[in-house]
Design a binder for this molecule. Structure first.
Ligand code: HEC
Length: 712
């Protein structure tokens, strides 16, 4: 039994429950081991269940118990929460749903957002506040935080504005300019909900303030400035007045909370714009940092910045996890954080001291005069990275001699020198592991008693480059290059399937659709509320009628820089490019995805296996390629690691957590691009996962929650 669990029991006489939060001064939450009451399972981010009904001996008999189909074909990345036998989740178009955990029957649904799918996802989880008999369900619907009565799906009128809180509340300046979206849920601490948000990747973007709101009223309780105000600690790592002029350094991946100590751990992403820092000279605290905040006041206790003056979009991509490790016979409460580069950081939870040595590596300067890179970057020395670090010619694809030749030829044009190499305007630079990690948003699973962390990782190369923004472009084209090219490419070819090409926009898109998409965002695309109506019209025309847009772009309507929302940034990123071979497979040698078990007491790997398949390659005998994967694992006390996540094979798998042996797998209709949840109803254990195929456009589209259990 874990320490946290034991403490829970010790307190239970007082508070009548197990996973008790802060019950000493209020009649607080009473969740049981049958529940999965928070994103990550518990607020500690362990993705761990004490349930043991499904075990190594019987897991081979696991079967779907129910499937809840959703009409929407978009992505569902939601890890549901489960309280009292009810599964709370979201559909791809962000309807909130409550399902009977035993049957999958729909109990209620809430369609909070008017206007159709432009608002859609991701919203990766939900939060439940519970006090005695009172429960409130909190859900992020893009730029709104809503409070729902979990009994009937109705808004809780006392919270915010009739149950709805605008997530721009408390942000500085003219907040209507900002796109914000609660893509990962808030964490409940006592009577507050603590939230971050996702924002735009180019200016204007909101500064990533971390805020706590009162769960009953929606009133702002505290706010921590990840871009410090003048006079605050870290303000000297930015140009003057940074809070008004800069954005990002936001926490989009979620948090971990030490309930007993009242400390919330906040992982942040890069400052905006992602790839050019010429206008934000300095280290840019608290971007790319793990920050420990007093959960009652929002005051900083300690922080660690993993990337100084980030110009590679190396956000912390996953919520942290709490763990207790043994060092020289002593138990140390620690917090683990994974990174896109493939590092696991481990810190003393109270002092912030790193429990593995972190070295410094001299970093090369940028070839762009306006860019001042940090002279050195922190480099963890242990554990070994869980993804490969520097691509060399002998690591290229061996699928066939022809492909190897092709890859070598391409590779000879790239800069490849590992981490922290500034992008160039002359040649593409290899980003390895790629922009999608290493680790991603699914998070890690923790064996809290043993101090073991389980991490799924991507392991493919991408490339990136910069281009100077040319003068004299037409208004719409210049805006496109400044605001859209980062994802849809300078040539509008995108990087399908995630980033669609815009050269042949689907005929089904009407001008009104495109205007809505640009204003409000869709899926992974942020909205651009700061753009003036003429700008939105110009871009719409550019997307739908490229020819006429080009001919009308004369000199006289070239970019008015003040109103053009960031189009005056002198360098732009030319687009996210996976390094793929002509058949569309990664041009690096496999494994392209891995599953890793690392002992955090020692930093040693217990095991590492290729993770995921490309079914058609498997049919040709290439079985252990691994594949890209999104969504995380969960661990049960019976020693089973459950994970979907693999992009192409649509399998849900159970591994022996001790050895990495695959014990069971099941092919689902759609991929499990989400982290599962584990719960029990009426004595039966279930493992539920959201599935969808939107990342794999060649597969039949659809989405469903699927719950697995042993046959009755
Ligand atoms: C941060 C990345 C990103 C940026 C910046 C971005 N987009 Fe997108 N865009 C996407 C993604 C991802 C999708 C697909 C979303 C989905 O369907 O889930 C998309 C979809 C679209 C679509 C719908 C295309 C289709 O095939 O359905 C249009 C139109 C579009 N974007 C236009 C723009 C314009 C114009 C801009 C600049 C103002 C822009 N985008 C900026 C990522 C981005």
């Amino acid at each position: 039994m874990t320490q946290a669990f034991m403490k829970g029991i010790a307190l239970s006489a007082l508070c009548l429950g197990i996973f008790v939060s802060s019950c000493s001064d209020s009649e607080q939450a009473v969740f049981t081991a049958s529940d999965w009451p928070a994103y990550g399972g518990q607020n500690n981010g362990n993705r761990y269940s004490t349930l043991t009904q499904v075990n190594r001996a019987n897991v081979s008999r696991l079967k779907p118990a129910w499937q809840f189909n959703m009409d929407d074909a978009g992505a569902s990345q939601t890890q549901p929460i489960v309280v009292g036998g009810v599964v709370y989740g979201l559909t791809p178009t962000l309807d909130v749903i409550a399902l009977n955990g035993a049957s999958g029957e729909l109990l209620w649904s809430f369609s909070g957002l008017d206007g159709p799918s432009y608002f859609k996802g991701p919203s990766r989880g939900l939060s439940m506040w519970k006090n005695g008999d009172k429960e409130i369900l909190f859900v992020g619907l893009v730029d709104k935080l809503i409070a729902i009565d979990p009994d009937n799906g109705e808004l809780v009128a006392e919270f915010g504005d009739d149950g709805v809180l605008d997530l721009r509340t408390g942000l500085p300046g003219d907040t209507s300019r900002f796109y914000v979206s609660l893509s990962s849920p808030g964490v409940i601490y006592r009577d507050t909900i603590i939230v971050g948000f996702r924002t735009a990747e180019s200016p204007p973007a909101a500064p990533g303030d971390i805020r706590a709101f009162d769960v009953r009223t929606g009133k702002l309780v505290w706010s921590f400035h990840t871009i410090p105000a003048a006079g605050e600690f870290g303000a000297d790592t930015w140009p003057e007045n940074a809070r008004a002029t800069q954005g990002g350094a936001n926490a989009w991946a979620g948090f971990a909370l030490d309930e007993e100590r009242g400390i919330v751990y906040v992982p942040t992403g890069s400052a905006v714009p992602d790839f050019f820092g010429g206008e934000r000279a300095g280290d840019n605290l608290f971007a790319n940092s793990l920050i420990a905040l007093d959960a009652t006041t929002g005051e900083r206790i300690w922080h660690f910045q993993a990337v100084r003056h980030d110009i590679w979009d190396r956000d912390f991509p996953a919520p942290p996890s709490l763990v207790t490790v043994q060092r020289e016979g002593k138990a140390i409460d620690a917090v683990a954080q994974t990174s896109k580069q493939g590092y696991v950081y481990l810190f003393n939870r109270v002092t912030g001291e790193s429990l593995f040595p972190i070295g410094e590596r001299t970093a090369s300067p940028s070839s762009i005069a306006e860019e001042q890179t940090a002279t050195s970057q922190p480099m963890p020395t242990a554990p070994e990275p869980f993804a490969r670090q520097t691509l060399t010619a002998d690591m290229l694809t061996t699928r066939s001699p022809e492909m190897n030749d092709w890859a070598r030829e391409q590779f000879s044009n790239f800069i490849s020198a590992g981490q922290f190499v500034p992008f160039s305007t002359k040649q593409p630079t290899v980003v390895f592991p790629g922009f999608d990690g290493g680790a991603e948003w699914g998070g890690a699973a923790i064996d809290p008693g043993r101090g073991i962390i389980y991490i799924n990782s991507n392991d493919i190369a991408w490339t990136g480059a910069l281009a100077a923004s040319p003068d004299g472009m037409g208004f719409a084209e210049a805006l496109y290059q400044a605001q859209c090219a980062v994802c849809h490419g300078v040539d509008k070819q995108g990087a399908p399937p995630e980033f669609p090409a815009l050269i042949n926009a689907p005929e089904s898109l009407s001008p009104e659709d495109v205007r809505n998409i640009i204003r409000r965002g869709i899926g992974r695309m942020p909205g651009f509320p700061a753009l003036a109506p003429e700008a939105v019209d110009g871009l719409t025309d550019l997307v739908l009628n490229p020819e006429s847009a080009r001919s009308s772009s004369s000199q006289e309507d070239s970019v008015p820089s003040s109103s053009s929302a960031g189009s005056d940034v002198p360098y732009r990123f030319t687009g996210y490019h996976r390094f793929l071979d002509p058949d569309g497979y990664p041009a690096v040698a496999p494994p392209w995805g891995t599953l890793n078990a690392i002992d955090l007491n020692t930093g040693e790997y217990l095991w590492k296996v290729p993770f995921g398949e490309h079914p058609e390659l498997k049919a040709q005998g290439l079985e252990t390629t691994g594949s890209e994967n999104y969504g995380g694992p969960v661990l049960t006390a019976s020693g089973l690691l459950f994970i979907g996540a693999t992009l192409f094979d649509r399998k849900f798998r159970a591994y022996d957590a001790a050895t990495g042996e695959l014990l069971w797998e099941y092919e689902m209709p759609y991929s499990g691009m989400a982290t599962p949840a584990v719960y029990m109803v009426d004595g039966r254990q279930y493992i539920v996962i959201a599935t969808s195929n939107s990342r794999n456009r060649r597969a039949p589209q659809g989405s469903a929650y699927i719950a697995f259990a042993l046959p009755e």
